[in-house]
Unconditional design. Structure first.
Length: 621
């Protein structure tokens, strides 16, 4: 029978634990307190770079071939694996609701002594800035309008009060809880892995509880390669949407009749140059300042439309649309192949594209959310990360979409469902006050979204290809940024006349394999939490109280009180728990830069070989 914490006094069993510390008493370990050797992972970087450069070359030389192959694969994927996208979204939301409201909710994303770095207001503002992007402008006015005119199959008739609320519910479904549940899963798993378990900030690190040391081998590298590829395509889709909308704004301002693909590529080239300058010139703080201004302008534009648009109509629509979303949630989540070809076609054009987009964005947004959420409990993290951005996006889509629908009802030209997404946006602002100024503001907002998204996502990919280095080489960052631009160009070229088609098809195809990664991540995250020091203490506490009450009743009847003392064999709080098992204790064994075990005192923070954080040199890039 293995020696357990409940069977022997602490002084006799301490030698079984790393650093003489019981697993229930470990305060947590931050990644900054570990001794890591950073540097470019030649396998991850090399394999991913070859695959992406090969794809870009193929797409530029033969966009028709890319379009043909992606369309064929897309049709097969939607018929055979569309269910997987729906499933992973439910898994993400369900996992985090369970984590937030279970006994794991009290666990901190950090050590026991960590406190949040940012105020709750700043935290929410930064979180919203990470997950918002150009989509709120590209789809905000047009998606509710199109669902109003042509509702999803098997729902209601178009252009009716019922379709008005169905349209908003469907838009909220695409942009609300499901998306942020998945972001919360990846962000929570990464924050926990890095700031409580002390692992390097890689997607593969979150799988340590399942794969053990294999996360540092082929299995882990394959996960990181898939994460980089997903991020590349997900962000490239965003950049492509930005470029399309900026070109529409330029067309309006210049008075041109039509913008050709060459102009679109020129706009991407100009924005790419701005991104490179921001990456290599040390003006990152300036770009971050612009991004804060950008969020302020975005919220200001939403408020502007609310005040200058049909305000009373919108005030009534906000609660009605939100409640219809809650009422229809399970029904919308259950639509799949079994509902027929019409539902599959709708899923392909709308829901599957969004699910794929969010899946592809999870490494980028998740890593950002993880970095700003240190010190929060999992309960607070889950509630705020899922609920607050969802609420803000529900407001935005109701205000933009409701205004567009109101203009359709008033018979204003451009809102009959035949205009493109970018045209609906500029037409909506064109029918509100200050129409001579708003196109310039919109172009500025979209351009800054493009630059900051490319910059931030490139740093994330640089980190993932540099063994978790939080400050990767600038050349690596620029390389991944240029790859994103190349993929965006291929997506636009592959789309032909309907540029959005290329973005949708390729994003969905890339996201499907990464969806499997996210499902396994949810399992690994729960397994990690089950052996957390706080979870162990909670298990001991419940067992100790239960045992004590039974024993008190047995020996003393009604008159007894609890006391802490050694228990008889088999009756201790940890009698059924092997606290010396490797999977319980291995994670907090401290090592040097070469991976050799080194003794460490958790009480004083001293290393046996005399190393300290002050001795740490700048991480190698």
């Amino acid at each position: 029978m293995p020696t357990t914490a409940g069977n022997n006094p602490p002084q006799e069993e301490s030698a079984h634990y790393p650093h003489d510390t019981h697993p229930g008493l470990v305060p947590g370990i931050s990644v900054e307190d570990q001794r890591n050797n950073f540097g470019i992972d030649k396998t991850v970087f090399g394999v991913t770079a070859l695959l992406i450069l090969g794809f870009i070359t193929w797409g530029i030389l033969s966009p028709e071939s890319v379009s043909s192959v992606s369309s064929s694969m897309f049709s097969w994927a939607m018929t055979n694996t569309g269910w997987l996208l729906n499933f992973v979204m439910l898994i993400g939301l369900g996992t985090m609701v369970y984590v937030g409201f279970s006994r794991y909710g009290r666990i901190k994303l950090g050590t026991d002594d960590d406190e949040p770095e940012f105020s709750r207001f700043s935290w929410i503002a930064m979180m919203f800035g990470a997950g918002i992007g150009v989509g709120i402008f590209f789809f905000g006015p047009s998606e509710p309008l199109w669902h109003y005119l042509s509702p999803p199959p098997h729902t209601v008739a178009g252009s009716t009060p019922e379709s008005l609320h169905q349209a908003l519910a469907q838009s909220h479904f695409h942009w609300g809880l499901s998306a942020w549940g998945l972001y919360a899963l990846v962000g929570g798993a990464l924050a926990y892995s890095s700031y409580r378990r002390g692992r390097v900030t890689l997607i593969s690190s979150t799988f340590r509880s399942l794969f053990g040391e294999r996360t540092e081998g082929i299995a882990g590298r394959l996960i990181d390669i898939m994460a980089i590829i997903a991020t590349l395509f997900g962000t490239a889709a965003t950049l492509g949407l930005s470029a399309i909308q900026v070109s529409q704004g330029v067309q309006i301002i210049s008075g041109a009749s039509e913008m050709s693909n060459n102009i679109l590529l020129l706009i991407i080239a100009v924005l790419t140059i701005c991104f490179i300058i921001s990456s290599v010139s040390g003006v990152a703080k300036g770009v971050r300042y612009l991004s804060n201004v950008n969020i302020t302008l975005t919220l200001g534009l939403i408020l502007f439309v609310f005040i200058c648009g049909p305000t009373l109509f919108l005030l009534n629509l906000i609660p009605s649309g939100a409640l219809e979303y809650a009422n229809q949630f399970l029904s919308m989540a259950g639509k799949s192949l079994s509902w027929g070809q019409e539902s599959i076609d709708f899923q392909a054009s709308w829901t599957a594209f969004y699910w794929a987009w969010w899946i592809a964005w999870t490494p980028f947004v998740g890593m950002f959310i993880a970095r700003i959420s240190r010190g929060r409990t999992l309960r607070e993290f889950t509630l705020v990360t899922i609920a607050v951005p969802s609420f803000i996006l529900i407001l935005a889509f109701t205000i933009f979409g409701g205004t567009a629908i109101s203009m359709n009802r008033d018979g204003i030209a451009g809102f009959d469902g035949t205009s493109s997404e970018e045209q609906v946006l500029f037409d909506m602002f064109g029918n509100l006050p200050l129409q001579m100024i708003t196109p310039f503001i919109l172009i500025f907002v979209l351009a800054v979204f493009f630059i900051t998204s490319a910059d931030s996502a490139s740093v994330v990919m640089g980190t993932m290809s540099s063994r978790g280095n939080p400050a990767p080489k600038k050349l690596v960052v620029v390389f991944w940024g240029l790859c994103m631009m190349g993929i965006a160009i291929v997506m636009l070229l592959a789309g032909g006349e309907s540029t959005l088609t290329g973005l949708q098809n390729l994003t969905i195809l890339i996201a499907i394999p990464f969806a499997l990664v996210l499902i396994v991540m949810a399992i690994a995250f729960i397994k990690d939490l089950s052996t957390d020091p706080a979870a162990i203490r909670h298990t001991y506490a419940r067992a100790a109280i239960s045992n004590a009450v039974v024993r008190g009743l047995e020996e003393h009847g009604d008159d007894f009180e609890l006391a802490v003392e050694p228990a008889e064999e088999g009756r201790g709080a940890g009698a059924d728990f092997d606290s010396t098992a490797d999977h319980i204790t291995e994670w907090y064994q401290r090592t040097d830069e070469e991976g050799n075990d080194v003794e460490y005192d958790f009480t004083t923070g001293e290393w046996a070989d005399g190393w300290s954080t002050d001795d740490a040199t700048k991480p190698k890039s």
